[in-house]
Design a protein around this ligand. Structure first.
Ligand code: ATP
Ligand code: MG
Length: 312
């Protein structure tokens, strides 16, 4: 069995998106896709593109959308030996519409798709024998009970000394804030690196601001990196609070930037970069990710990231 250095787990989806802006999903219109997607698939594919051994635990259906995802993993070198192909389910799909001002609308088919069938039996402890990093997201804790238990079990399989990163990436429309806090708590407690977006630190900790929430978690010994879109990121650790400015790029498609950014942080820390340096590296990864249409189409290679870092 292959034993990757970085592992993630969760919903494998293809994304099908509106061609133009302001085309709501309750009207006929044109779509483009399928594009390989899913928050943790984007993360793990970016890890592979950045040159680290990456492996994924998930499920697709026996259909061409599944093939689309598996071909992408194969192209970029993500180990898919723990991805199941299920004969009785179709591959998960997300339909996305974009509106003026940046608002996005999603329709997900995942809970009753192959993605929603994930359970602890898919998680093989031997797969983790050389794992140095596991990445989990709140979104996958929220899909359904069995997927949640699979994520919790993956956390137990991480060897001592392996680091855990956690991106809440949760949409409050799916669950109440109380439920979100309850399901995220065990992962948040164990996480070494916490990677919230705006509002998520506040929501998960119950603090009065993101800043207060991030600070309270950094006081518990975690490295906290608050993602701030075009503004870059803000890093909290020990008693440091450092703003790391983003890179100016032309944004074509914001979806997936957060996941690519999390991969950038992982790779940078695995390679021993200091937190500020890791923030700058990940800002470049996130900025490059938004310059191409499609959720993981813009995930950069190491050469492209260095090209951006060296140009500034
Ligand atoms: P999502 O969940 O939609 O993938 P997110 O909310 O988790 O995104 P963002 O803060 O939108 O994450 O983006 C992650 C990182 O990507 C930012 O911290 C920044 O480094 C980079 N980034 C995102 N958007 C831009 C942009 N328009 N210009 C430059 N960098 C960007
Ligand atoms: Mg996010």
């Amino acid at each position: 069995m292959n034993t990757p250095e970085v592992i993630s787990i969760g919903n494998m989806l293809v994304e099908v998106m509106r061609v133009g802006v302001d085309e709501p999903l309750d009207q006929p219109g044109s779509f483009v896709g399928p594009y390989p997607s899913g928050d943790t698939p984007i993360y793990i594919d970016t890890i592979a593109r950045l040159g680290h051994q990456a492996g994924f635990i998930g499920a697709v259906g026996q259909d061409d959308f599944g093939v689309c995802l598996l071909q992408r993993f194969a192209r970029d070198g993500v180990d898919a030996s723990c991805v199941q192909t299920l004969a009785d389910h179709t591959t998960g799909v997300a339909f996305v519409a974009y509106f003026t001002g940046g608002r996005r609308q999603f329709i997900y088919h995942w809970r009753h798709a192959a993605a929603g069938q994930l359970s602890p039996q898919y998680v093989h402890p031997e797969y983790f024998s050389n794992a140095r990093w596991l990445h989990l997201t709140g979104c996958n804790l929220a899909i359904c009970e069995s997927a949640r238990q699979a994520c919790y079990f993956a956390m137990e399989c991480l060897p001592t000394g392996g680091r855990l990163s956690f991106d809440p990436n949760i949409r409050p429309e799916v669950l109440s804030v109380e439920e979100i806090r309850e399901i995220c708590q065990p992962v948040l407690d164990r996480a070494d690196v916490f990677l919230p977006s705006v509002n998520e630190a506040m929501m998960l900790t119950g603090a009065s601001s993101d800043e207060a929430g991030c600070r309270s978690l950094s006081e518990r010994g975690k490295l906290v990196v608050l993602k701030q879109g075009a503004s870059g990121c803000r890093i909290f650790y020990n008693d440091h609070d450092i703003q790391v400015p983003g890179f100016a790029v032309h944004e074509v498609d914001p979806t997936g930037a957060g996941d690519a950014f999390c991969a950038g942080i992982t790779v940078a820390l695995l390679e021993g970069m200091r937190p500020e340096e890791a923030g700058r590296f990940a800002n470049a990864v996130g900025a490059l990710a938004v310059t191409v249409k499609g959720p993981m189409e813009g995930s950069p290679t190491r050469e492209t990231v260095h090209g951006m870092l060296d140009a500034r």
